[in-house]
Design a protein around this ligand. Structure first.
Ligand SMILES: *Cc1c(COP(=O)(O)O)cnc(C)c1O
Length: 375
């Protein structure tokens, strides 16, 4: 069976975890946490990065830092993971869903202004498949309407828009290091903080509302409870696992791009399907390779056919506005022209660091075979 995903492993993970144990420091903010934070800062150019227990938690931190409160409205696509909405709903906000651009599956920036009301607090662009949203336009709309921008860059590490790393353009950016992402620590994420004046409060919220980070830097004599916060620090053991991959991030990225390009080339003459579209100004990270079948019925048969041939392919998000919680906490702005229709066509193919090029060839052969059989 070719699995849909396997956790990334590069070889140094055990050594680094042992080092963390030898350091006799396995709680948060030890050597490896610092190394990961620093790696993100150096490689994205962000003012401050803090690794967290998940991307969901990084988004929650961004919601707290943005003072999102009961009755606020948050604009986002419906075609996204539940976490994008959860983080704001937990603070009492309403979600306002906007349709996607079918070419990229990202929020359609031209529909955002219509969704803005006097309650709107923030725009949350989701960079699907590590391909950037139209950030210049989104930042302009946010500026004109005095809105926060929180980038769900869960899939976007190592990707860029006009030379800027994803997650660094909005007020806050959120990365995921879940097992299914390009670099992993099992469960984990990072919050990227653009503006210097928000760094101190972010550190406090992450450390249960205390100024413990300052204390450890020797800036104060004792630490105390100064704000409402929670525990968003990952363990050093997880950070050690992650650092083993960040150290060779370029190598992982190159290999993933090789796999992605192989899929893309092998399938380029298959007219029955659509392949991902990468806008000119975007550099992507090969987070995902997806294809689109004609419709839901064809997609179901294709996934079954691949499964019969020992290939695990999966569909992706069920649009949030059609889910029970989505109906309770959100509304769709305007018409759902593409969100449901395009989500029903999309199939994600296996994509992970230990996948072999020959396996990609096998998978694309089977897809071509499916269509040659008259499907
Ligand atoms: C994976 C993912 C998340 C959640 O990440 P966790 O680290 O599992 O919390 C959020 N948004 C998107 C778009 C994702 O792909």
């Amino acid at each position: 069976m070719i699995n849909f995903n396997e956790a990334p492993y590069t070889g140094k993970e055990f050594e680094f975890i042992k080092k963390a144990i030898d350091n006799k420091k396995i709680c948060g903010d030890g050597e490896f946490t610092q190394k990961c934070n620093q790696w993100i800062e150096e490689n994205t150019g962000i003012t401050k990065a803090l690794i967290t227990t998940s991307c969901t938690h990084a988004t929650e931190m961004a919601a707290i830092l943005s003072d999102v409160k009961e009755g606020d409205e948050i604009i986002m696509p419906s075609y996204t993971f539940v976490s994008t909405a959860d983080a704001f709903v937990l603070r009492g906000a309403k979600v306002v869903f906007v349709d996607i651009n079918p070419k990229t599956m990202n929020i359609d920036e031209n529909l955002i202004e219509n969704a803005i009301t006097d309650k709107t607090k923030a725009i949350v662009p989701v960079h699907y498949a590590g391909v950037s949203c139209e950030m210049d336009r989104i930042m302009e709309i946010a500026k004109n309407n005095n809105l926060m921008v929180i980038e769900d860059a869960a899939q976007g590490i190592m990707s860029s828009y006009k030379g800027k790393a994803l997650g660094t353009m909005g007020d806050y950016g959120c990365f995921s290091f879940h097992e299914t992402k390009n670099y992993s620590m099992g469960e984990g994420g990072a919050l990227l903080i653009r503006d210097d004046e928000n760094v101190e409060r972010a550190e406090i919220i992450r450390e249960k509302g205390t100024n413990r980070s300052k204390f450890f830097r020797g800036q104060i004599d004792k630490y105390t409870w100064v704000d409402a916060g929670s525990s968003y620090l990952p363990s050093e053991l997880n950070a050690a696992y992650l650092y083993a991959q960040l150290e060779v991030a370029e190598q992982i990225n190159e290999y993933r791009l090789k796999l992605w390009n192989r899929y893309n080339t092998n399938l380029k003459d298959l007219e029955q399907i659509e392949r991902p579209y990468i806008p000119k100004y975007c550099v992507h990270n090969a987070h995902m390779f997806y294809i689109k079948a004609r419709d839901l019925e064809e997609r179901t048969r294709l996934i079954t056919y691949l499964k019969e041939n020992d290939i695990q392919a999966v569909f992706h998000y069920v649009p949030l506005h059609s889910a029970p919680a989505g109906k309770r906490y959100g509304r769709f702005s305007g018409e759902d022209v593409y969100t449901t229709r395009e989500s029903e066509r999309l199939v994600r193919l296996p994509m992970f660091y230990s996948l072999q090029l020959e396996q990609v060839d096998y998978i694309t052969d089977k897809i071509i075979e499916f269509y040659m059989k008259g499907n």
